[in-house]
Design a protein around this ligand. Structure first.
Ligand SMILES: [Zn+2]
Length: 325
């Protein structure tokens, strides 16, 4: 075994490199606020391919909450800002409506996901292969009626209701303003770059949403324009797509294996328990940054924790035997 300090330095360097972030754009092509004044008419016209997902509340532009493609960074003088640790862009439109407002399918399709999803409360995704789209409905109500994954829907079918402030992704301590987070992306969930549920469920993302095929929902619905069926997948290089994942997974695998071998050789469970805690903590932190390999981290951490506990217990039970001999 080479010098362990050399290994540790290498791993530390690899982690530092992995932490370096790609430079993302300052601004995206500005989104054009689209009046929702026609929303009711479009929702009622059965000859159209798409409809707005809401129809009950009075429709006017002030019911917009967050526009498509805006940055979460506070513009000068703004009072109502999103507070994220990193700069990201909004990949959807937010329509402010009261809890309990019905939400409808924007087109025929199949529900590819219906379930709890972190800050979304209840989330529904509908694939519309005939239009080469999928639509995303966030901040729905977990407690109210909703359709299940796998259900085939027709345009205008009721899929769920908007959630209350404490269940729509918010909590009693931190209630969330009730609104529909409505996203629309060309392609299918299956072809989202760097697959992983948190990615194709993107609400706020680092690249401009347009670069990953996200479309401005109200523009598409108003124009009734169906994107080309062969929408090209975004050109993302292998290292850009997988580089961070590979480095983090590789570094932690080396770290985990190294610690495991060392702890077994020296029969010291403390060398397993302490890194296990760090790895599990890192797994949770990185999970919030939507890094895919966090699953690997959690598995490695739990494995180390289990091995450490086993070593500790084996030593504890072995002692009396040693004395009796
Ligand atoms: Zn939103």
């Amino acid at each position: 075994m080479p010098n362990p300090r050399l290994w540790m330095s290498f791993i530390f360097l690899a982690l530092l490199l992995a932490a370096c972030k790609t430079q993302y754009p300052e601004t995206c092509p500005s989104s054009t606020p689209v009046g929702l004044l026609q929303a009711n008419a479009i929702a009622e016209d059965n000859s159209l391919a798409f409809r707005f997902p809401l129809d009950e509340s009075p429709v006017d532009e002030t019911l917009y909450f967050g526009w498509f493609g805006i940055s979460n960074e506070c513009p000068p003088g703004a009072e109502d800002c999103f507070n994220f640790p990193v700069r990201e862009f909004h990949a959807a439109e937010d329509y402010r409506r009261p809890p309990g407002t019905p939400v409808y399918a924007m087109a025929d399709g199949r529900i590819s996901f219906s379930g709890r999803a972190g800050g979304y409360g209840w989330l529904i995704l509908i694939d519309h292969p005939q239009a080469n789209l999928y639509s995303l409905y966030g901040h729905l109500s977990p407690s109210r009626w909703k359709l299940a994954t796998g259900t085939e829907v027709k345009k205008g079918d009721l899929v769920a209701y908007l959630g209350d402030p404490d269940e729509n992704g918010g909590s009693v301590e931190n209630p969330l303003d009730p609104h529909l987070h409505f996203g629309l992306r060309a392609g299918q969930t299956a072809d989202y770059p760097s697959r992983g549920e948190w990615r194709f469920m993107a609400g706020w993302i680092k690249p401009c949403p347009q670069e990953l095929g996200w479309l401005q929902p109200s523009l598409v619905i108003t124009s009734q324009h169906i994107p080309f069926a062969d929408y090209p997948a975004p050109q993302v290089g292998f290292l850009v797509r997988w580089g961070v994942e590979l480095v983090i997974t590789g570094a932690y695998t080396l770290f985990g294996l190294g610690t495991l071998l060392y702890a077994i050789k020296k029969n010291k469970s403390i060398f397993m328990l302490f890194p296990a805690a760090i790895v599990i903590l890192a797994g949770f932190v990185l999970h919030n940054n939507r890094v895919l390999s966090t699953y690997a981290l959690l598995v490695i951490g739990i494995f180390m924790l289990a091995s450490g506990t086993y070593l500790y217990l084996r030593r504890a039970t072995a002692k009396p035997l040693d004395q009796s001999m």
